[in-house]
Design a protein around this ligand. Structure first.
Ligand code: PXG
Length: 288
């Protein structure tokens, strides 16, 4: 496997970063997870835009143009003959002195890994996930904006570990007001009286790119969809529930905290959305 590292394609074993990189020392850096389907990179422009927004929020000046980053992503996929898979794009603050100050890091590093990812075992896509609510709350935006896809994902990692302690593969994270925000790396949707509802960014949801595409798909199918505050009560009373994310794609949820959702099986709206999603990812995208 070839990894893109600061302008060069190097062997995986040689793809190394300094221990003085502030990405390692402080989690000071940003990332994107991107999918490629049949040589089409799904919503690359949207991922590059969000990457730039994350950088701006961290005052991380990217010394590469959008086109240069896009070229690096495409070049890495081509070099690895990647047809279907997962691309991890990373910018670190770069090598510097000890101490938080980012000003000692003159050169950010750009990394692209083109590989595969499987977030959940395949049977859960058929039968549905049983998830739990965890005590770890989604980051309060007053402390650190959860919209930043930074290299510090400890908030979500804590939630993921708690889910596992409770025997589940995924967790509902509430925001500091107790409203449903999202899962550890996925956005959450419910179906209520036939309408698809999902929390807004204000309620702590990441503006997911898969989430965005679900809005387009639902509108195309003539289904009602809206952002809405959700509590656990709303999930208990939902007809259906599903999660979306680049890694997870679209996956049904059939139980929360030991309670069945709807009839405890993946629902008809989920199935409609999933089918349209699979079609769309092969049709749209940046062709390699
Ligand atoms: N919420 C959070 C906190 C995320 O990190 C999503 C929602 C879904 O957004 P997208 O744009 O992917 O639809 C994410 C995305 C991983 C992994 O390695 C994490 C994400 C994406 C892909 C893989 O666990 N996070």
């Amino acid at each position: 496997m070839k990894v893109y590292l600061d302008g060069q394609l190097v062997e995986k074993a040689d793809a190394k970063i300094s221990v003085f990189d502030h990405g390692l020392l402080y989690g000071d850096g940003i990332f994107e997870g991107i999918r490629i389907y049949d040589h089409n990179i799904f919503r690359l422009e949207e991922h590059l835009e969000r990457f730039e927004f994350s950088a701006k929020a961290l005052m991380l000046d990217l010394p590469w143009t959008r086109q240069e980053i896009s070229d690096a992503v495409c070049e890495t996929c081509r070099a690895n003959g990647l047809k279907d898979g997962y691309i991890r794009l990373i910018a670190t603050r770069g090598q510097g002195d000890l101490g938080l100050s980012p000003w000692s890091c003159p050169n950010p590093s750009l990394i692209v890994i083109a590989d595969t990812i499987a977030l959940y075992p395949p049977e859960h896509y058929e039968k549905g996930l049983k998830i739990v609510t965890v005590p770890t709350r989604r980051m309060n935006p007053a402390a650190l904006s959860p919209a930043i896809k930074s290299l510090n994902y400890l908030n979500n990692i804590m939630a993921k570990m708690e889910a596992r302690q409770f025997g589940a593969l995924e967790a509902i994270m509430l925001n500091d007001q107790g409203l449903v925000a999202e899962c550890t790396g996925d956005n959450v949707f419910i179906v209520h009286r036939g309408e698809i509802l999902t929390p807004s960014a204000q309620q702590g949801a990441l503006k997911g790119i898969t989430r965005d595409s679900i809005f387009d798909i639902a509108k195309g199918l003539g289904l009602k969809i809206a952002e809405h505050e959700l509590t656990r009560y709303d999930i208990w009373n939902a007809e259906e529930c599903f999660l979306t994310g680049t890694g997870a794609e679209v996956i049904p949820v059939v139980a929360l905290d030991g309670r069945e959702i709807g009839d405890g099986k993946p629902g008809p709206i989920f199935k409609q959305i999933l089918q349209a999603f699979h079609k769309r990812v092969r049709e749209e995208g940046t062709r390699l």
